[in-house]
Design a protein around this ligand. Sequence first.
Ligand code: HEL
Length: 403
Amino acid sequence: MVSTTVGTGRAGTTLGATVAAVLSLSAVPAQAAPAIPKVPVVPGTTAAPAAQLPAPDLDGLGTVLRKALAGGAPGVMARIDDTGKVSTVHGGVADRATRRAMTADHRFRAGSITKTFSAVVLLQLVDRGKLRLDASVNAYLPGLLPDQRITVRHVLSHRSGLYDYTNDMFAQSVRGFEAVRNKVFTYRQLVNLSLRKPRTNAPGAAFAYSNTNFVVAGLLIEKLTGRTVAQEYATRIIKPLKLADTFYVHPKTAIPGKHAKGYLRSDVAGSAPVDATRQTLSWAQSAGAVISSPKDLNTFYSALAGGRLMSAARLKEMKQWKKTSSTQAYGLGLRSRRLSCGISVYGHTGAVQGYYTYAFTSTDGRRSLTAVANTSNNATVLNTLAGTLEKAFCGRSGSGSGK
Ligand code: HEL
């Protein structure tokens, strides 16, 4: 595991050079935690500027990432951007066949982080008076949905009740993936897969995470702009923020340039993981097909939180949190998590075949973390990776897998 810090801060430190060393270091003694005042909060309400955040705990971050490697991730990478100071931690391999080392500058599939991209485009359209959040989806896409009461806001907050068709698609992880990895769907085909099943709740009545909602978002983007989702991401987000590692290549199957290969764990114990790197991701599109890098996702969420992607009024609406658990909440294409030190961060998670991602930012956007493991269908790694937020934003007082 290797960690470096560049920018205005201290020189880089090396935690260990090989995966073997990493795994043998998993019992690193916990460091003494500095006294950090706890602030009583509800999710998403603490506006702690990055300047007031505890310093990131890079050693703790390394420990969390070692646990992810021990849990079965071939490689891990994390990057913190903190008001100009960049810290990275990485370990393991980006490619199991060649043993090429993982470093924190690899591109990967960001999965549902794409949902924030789609929400940003739609909120920009609200800003321009082209879309109303409380209008029926069918007002823009006549006849699409069987319930006139489903609004744009319901869709972006996962409160529409539209069934998630991926539940059935990936009931068997490898077989389900192989069945769709080269397929090209239209948005309407995906919506129709959902509509074969009853709604999970009445419009607005409950939170029920569903990819179908953000497929509808893609349809709205294309209908309202007359352009493709790829074009809208490019002109509204990728080019203005100069995100050189961020792509939407659907239905092409390759990740351009330097990238980590992604490995899908089989449901069958003892079976080798499947190299899932190449796929159309057509089953997700505007719900999950963005390719990016830790650097770019940190830039993206910092820009979002810093108010550079939409008006203050729209950002406020994006952050109208509804609780989904005691520590988590969902806004519009945006997650909020309250950490053990009382600080809330927001961003999104991603889980597509081969890749797990956490990309979150402080409420002022000045400190951002992206952490990635090139595995999936592995709950141990997914849960372990959540500990990176604690180490990045709570510092040494952060709880979780890093201690
Ligand atoms: S699921 C999530 C995550 N989101 C949702 C979306 C995404 N990803 C998917 O819908 C893919 C589901 C299949 C992934 C696959 C695997 O692990 O590779 N799992 C199986 O096949 C299981 N049988 C809510 C976790 C999010 O964090 O928002 O990304």
